[in-house]
Design a protein around this ligand. Structure first.
Ligand code: HEC
Length: 104
């Protein structure tokens, strides 16, 4: 019995290929899920608005550009020990930008 090595190699390449493309473009659906699961409730409470989206659109927002946004996400993640992977951090930052901040 011989393993069909060619097909195995093909499958491995397919899997790694998918992984690479997933890293190149942020996963907005994953970003949204993380925001809802890990971020929304605390922001709703801490901001006093009772709505976890409004901290991103408040008039005295601390976030002025994409770099600020990434640092703020990183800060909430590390300060609060949310244990997000760097990919997840990138996904959630991309989602917040697309949905709320709209920086270029
Ligand atoms: C335990 C509470 C808590 C959790 C959980 C939390 N945050 Fe925050 N976050 C805050 C507080 C409090 C502020 C306001 C900080 C300030 O005004 O200096 C804030 C502010 C922010 C801001 C800046 C908003 C603005 O425009 O001024 C971003 C962006 C942000 N958080 C992202 C996240 C993300 C992404 C997550 C989840 C991965 C998260 N936070 C989880 C408490 C939290």
């Amino acid at each position: 019995m011989k393993l069909p090595l060619i097909r195995l190699a093909g499958a491995i390449i397919a899997v790694f290929g998918l992984n690479l493309s997933a890293h190149a473009t942020p996963d907005l659906v994953n970003g949204k899920k993380i925001d809802q699961q890990k971020c929304y409730a605390c922001h709703a409470k801490k901001s006093g608005f009772g709505n976890g989206d409004m901290i991103y659109t408040r008039s005295d927002s601390k976030v002025k550009n994409l770099q600020n946004l990434k640092s703020m996400v990183a800060m909430c993640n590390t300060e609060l020990r949310l244990d997000l992977f760097p990919e997840d951090e990138a996904d959630v930052a991309a989602f917040l930008n697309k949905q709320f901040y709209k920086f270029k």
